[in-house]
Design a protein around this ligand. Structure first.
Ligand SMILES: N[C@@H](CCC(=O)N[C@@H](CS)C(=O)NCC(=O)O)C(=O)O
Length: 216
């Protein structure tokens, strides 16, 4: 059975799915896409018109999905070892999905916009937009700090899809603007995530690419 993940080792949303795959031991193959290469980009956009990774292709089932959360939902439905990422209890599963949305929309997206501004030409930068995204990120980090102060994982004692979402969002948010002094509970949660073997492996594989990350 071949599952093929179209991805890049530096991509934060790819990290989210990689964490899910490594944490559950689901076998897959990596297909690294270099979007800077016009031919590779054209082929990728033919497969997924929005041109965003990750995309997973289940070659045996003849199915393909973009969107990190949907990919994890697919894994959880199809592979018994991945079922733990979404609790069977419907109320708990809703909490996981809510937390996943929180990390994607209010932490990850804000961080991504700040980083995106750094790679624009100087005359196309948007300082007001960056300031707004920093302010909104700050509100979200204060909530993480409050909720994670006591330890544990995003929605309790079990590592779920929400933690897969939190890991890249918090890691890169901390690169963009270190938050340990102001939000020690959030920083300790990030430490716990980084100590998780699945995320540690993702970070190790990304390390050769870190020089490509725009510092400011
Ligand atoms: N909502 C999507 C977001 C995917 C996304 O933003 N991917 C970024 C990489 S982290 C991307 O493909 N960027 C390339 C581009 O926009 O050209 C998901 O959850 O998978």
């Amino acid at each position: 059975m071949t599952l093929r993940l179209y991805m890049h080792p530096l991509s934060s949303y790819c990290w989210k799915t990689l964490i899910a795959l490594y944490d559950t031991g689901v076998p897959f193959e990596q297909e690294i896409v270099d979007l800077q290469d016009p031919d590779a980009r054209e082929a990728f956009v033919r497969m997924t018109p929005l041109g965003k990774f990750p995309v997973i292709v289940d070659e045996d089932a003849g199915k393909a999905f973009p969107e990190s959360s949907i990919i994890i939902e697919y894994l959880a439905t199809k592979y018994p070892s991945a079922a733990k990422l979404l609790p069977a209890d419907k109320d708990l599963a809703l909490r996981v999905r809510l937390s996943d949305r929180f990390y994607d929309l209010y932490v990850h997206d804000k961080m991504q916009r700040i980083v995106g501004d750094r790679i624009r030409p100087a005359d196309q930068r948007d300082p007001a937009g960056v300031a707004r995204n920093h302010a909104e990120l700050e509100i979200a980090l204060a909530l993480v700090d409050r909720d994670m102060a006591e330890g544990g994982w995003a929605t309790g004692l079990t590592f779920t899809m929400a933690d897969c979402a939190a890991a890249p969002a918090l890691y890169y948010a901390n690169q963009v603007a270190p938050f340990g002094d102001k939000h020690p509970g959030a920083a300790r949660y990030l430490d716990r995530l980084m100590a998780r073997p699945s995320f540690a492996r993702v970070l190790e594989e990304a390390a050769p690419y870190f020089a490509m990350f725009p510092k400011d």
